[in-house]
Design a protein around this ligand. Sequence first.
Ligand code: MG
Length: 361
Amino acid sequence: MKISRIEVGEVHIPLVTPFKTALRTVDSVNDLVVRVTADDGRTGFGEAPPTAVITGDTLGSVRCAIEDFIAPSILGMDIENLDGVMEKLHGCILKNTSAKAAVDMAVYDLYAQSCGKPLYQVLGGRRAQIETDLTISVNPVEEMAADSIKAVAQGFHILKIKVGKEGREDVRRIQAIREAVGPAVRLRVDANQGWSAKEAVRIIRSLEDKGLDIDLVEQPVKAHDFAGMQYVTANVATPVLADESVFSTEDAIRLIQGQAADLINIKLMKTGGIHEALKICAVAETYGVECMIGCMLESKIAVSAAAHLAAGKGIITRADLDGPSLCSMDPYEGGPSYEGPHIRMNKTPGIGIVSAPCFTS
Ligand code: MG
């Protein structure tokens, strides 16, 4: 089963409501879609968002990396030689993790199809379904409380609250949400690098003193503030999850060994796909550090690749894969099913996606 063609298209999907974090505001998914065709006619799909503020990737840079570097280096290679394909894919260009992720997942899709199994079974097969949280965008307090009540009414048991714009107001936001949704809902807080280390400790301790029962705090300080991550992790009881601080396996090892986080957030767009994400899982398993699987503003192709990874690996104990829930429509055929917080893996081989609107034939 050889790689005979690699095509790049685009998908545009309006969001139900604008997505707001400490870093940006976005109102639609505008992603690149990749289709890899094998010589037996089977197809694998991949996707990459241009998350310039986090990965540095733009639509143009992702397309160029795929068309000018990645595609020429793996065309004609045998899918069954997965390790060889991955070595070429990851070795042909530095960084460009989103472009690598899009092609990597399409190759894994084809590899699982060649095994005749859904991808999660090839990756470990831990469970056939996972539960995701839903993101509550950063907005005025009353609006965030109302959005949280709506999310719980839609069946979500875990909410991820975006904060990090204003210190004291952030505490009010979380308190208002806790009061609105009651004690049974799990709350995660994502500061998206918005606090200083001392500010983070003050805010998180205040959340602890108020008994707001926060599941975890994600990326309290700047991505490269290693000492800040260490300081926050050492000085609060709430688990600290590293997101923007960890792209590669080397980052994960450094953070874990330096006790600069309690949990690791794996995203395929940071790792450059499933191949590198599996290495982070292996490191995390070795140290007994649980992982969350997350996504950027991605639609069903990329989120489904991440969902299969999470379903495959036991060390991934938390899922933040709400991309498809934020989209106003699903333009693809096939793949896992998304019902409220429940993501159920397809029983068909691969990731399960069989068509994307940008590829008509
Ligand atoms: Mg995050």
